[in-house]
Design a protein around this ligand. Structure first.
Ligand code: ADP
Length: 463
């Protein structure tokens, strides 16, 4: 596996290496390359001046110009032709004798008219020998040969380099202190909060996250902290939901199982109890169990988003009429007044089977949660605006309290905490409806007055 290094080590290494590289380069340029740069610059200056003079030989104020150039560039210029020999004041080149000049001239001619003499050393009398850079150029002016010599003194820079070298231990010490300070600042600002968040995130899967806010001026760190808080809330919610689900499912499975085993034992032990009615109870309870398991599987499928909707064009009249027919007989049998009220017609896009399932659930609940002597259910449609139609199921039953309206669409939420056994519901009917309607992107909900009525609805968009 590739070896990984901590952020602290990496940041520290990058800062240290870059600092040392920068300081190393500066050291190299100021010691090893300083002399070469110095020479290059001198050579460039004297050859530029030599060429400039060659171009301006005819100028009347040449002498003034030579003085000027000598002063501002610390160079020395001498221009020699057949009958003239001019140079700036106090020029070292004045000390060159005729033979030296002749040899410079010859060598320059031999090199094609331009020659650079680096470290030209000459001595006059008892004076100290002098090293010069000399640029010599031969040209002609008014039919006369002209020799232009420009020189610059080679100052020894060894002492300068030595001074710079002696400064380096101090520079290195300052750099090390700066690296340490930078590493410390970076660690304070970035690494410490990240490390803290990393520790908290590591505690998350084991439920030890304490939700403590990691203070940092860095936006990314704060947002990471917020993400962690949200993730923790979601994990807690999921854990709570799982607990509730297991409790509710176990409860709903146990009731029919107790009935089945109780009736079974009774029939086994008392042959006279072997009646059609008692066997009917066993069959009904087994069916209830089967429906509960089916619904749980269905909800799992919808929540896992594997329940893709089979979209098609649906006629509102057809859908309502089909659902009505399904429950017509059951309602008549139970003396429930049941009718349709189709005020808005038209077509929309949806999954016919799934929306039928939603309406069946609404009606099953409308039958179950009604203890009035004259039970009444209406399935209908009405126009909301030019595009939208509301499809609803009305009942004059128990109604739903304001605070329960949103909660009843949650899985296993029961208004009646006594866990009343519904005749038709499995306890997760509305949660399934919610998943189906969300998958359709339909608005849905319930209007209700507690003790008076409930209207469960969803809104479709006309095509
Ligand atoms: P179940 O009906 O099996 O309990 P549901 O998810 O279908 O499960 O309904 C959740 C809860 O919403 C019900 O327990 C009931 O308290 C409430 N409820 C649903 N429909 C109605 C209704 N038409 N009138 C009054 N209460 C209702």
């Amino acid at each position: 596996m590739k070896k990984r290094f901590s952020l602290r080590t990496q940041v520290f290494s990058i800062v240290a290496v870059s600092m040392f590289l920068i300081v190393g380069f500066i050291y190299l340029f100021q010691t090893a390359f300083l002399e070469s740069f110095y020479k290059l610059e001198k050579i460039e200056t004297i050859s530029d001046i030599g060429n400039l003079i060659a171009d301006n030989l005819g100028e009347s104020n040449l002498l003034d110009q030579l003085e000027q150039m000598q002063l501002s560039n610390e160079v020395c210029v001498r221009v020699i032709s057949g009958n003239s020999d001019v140079s700036g004041n106090a020029c070292a080149l004045n000390r060159l004798d005729r033979t030296q000049i002749a040899s410079i001239y010859m060598e320059t001619l031999a090199s094609g008219g331009e020659k650079l003499f680096s470290n030209y050393r000459f001595t006059v009398g008892l004076a100290k020998p002098q090293d010069l850079f000399i640029f010599a150029k031969t040209t002609s002016f008014v039919n006369e040969d002209v020799l232009i010599i420009v020189s610059s003194l080679v100052s020894p820079i060894g002492t300068t380099v030595e001074t710079l070298k002696s400064q380096y231990p101090f520079v290195a010490a300052i750099v090390i202190v700066m690296i340490l300070l930078m590493a410390l600042t970076i660690s304070r600002m970035i690494i410490r909060p990240i490390k803290k968040i990393e520790e908290e995130a590591a505690a998350l899967p084991f439920g030890n996250y304490n939700g403590e806010e990691v203070k940092s001026s860095i936006a990314e760190v704060s947002s990471l902290n917020d993400t962690l808080v949200i993730a923790n809330e979601q994990i807690n919610k999921a854990a709570q939901a799982k607990k509730e689900l297991i409790a509710n499912v176990s409860h709903d499975l146990r009731t029919p199982l107790t009935m089945i085993s109780g009736y079974g034992e009774m029939i086994r032990d008392f042959p006279e109890e072997h009646t059609k009615e008692n066997i009917e109870v066993i069959i009904n309870e087994a069916n209830r169990l089967s429906k509960l398991v089916d619904d749980l599987l269905d909800l799992g499928k919808l929540e896992g988003q594997r329940g893709q909707m089979q979209l098609q064009q649906i006629n509102i009249d057809d859908l309502i009429t089909a659902v009505y027919r399904q429950y017509e007989e059951l309602c008549e049998h139970n003396h429930i007044e049941f009718h349709t009220q189709i005020e808005a017609s038209g077509c929309f896009i949806g999954d016919y089977g799934r929306l039928q399932q939603v309406l069946y659930n609404f009606i099953a609940n409308a039958i179950n949660y009604n203890d009035k002597s004259e039970r009444k259910i209406i399935i209908g449609s009405r126009l909301l605006d030019s595009k939208r139609i509301r499809i609803y199921v009305y009942d004059n039953g128990l109604g739903i309290k304001e605070e329960d309206k949103d909660l009843i669409f949650e899985r296993y939420y029961k208004v009646d905490k006594e866990h009343k056994r519904a005749d038709l519901g499995s306890g997760i009917g509305l949660a399934i409806c919610k998943e189906i309607l969300l998958a359709h992107n339909f608005e849905f909900g319930v209007d209700s007055e507690f003790g008076n009525y409930s209207v469960f609805y969803f809104d479709v968009v006309k095509v």
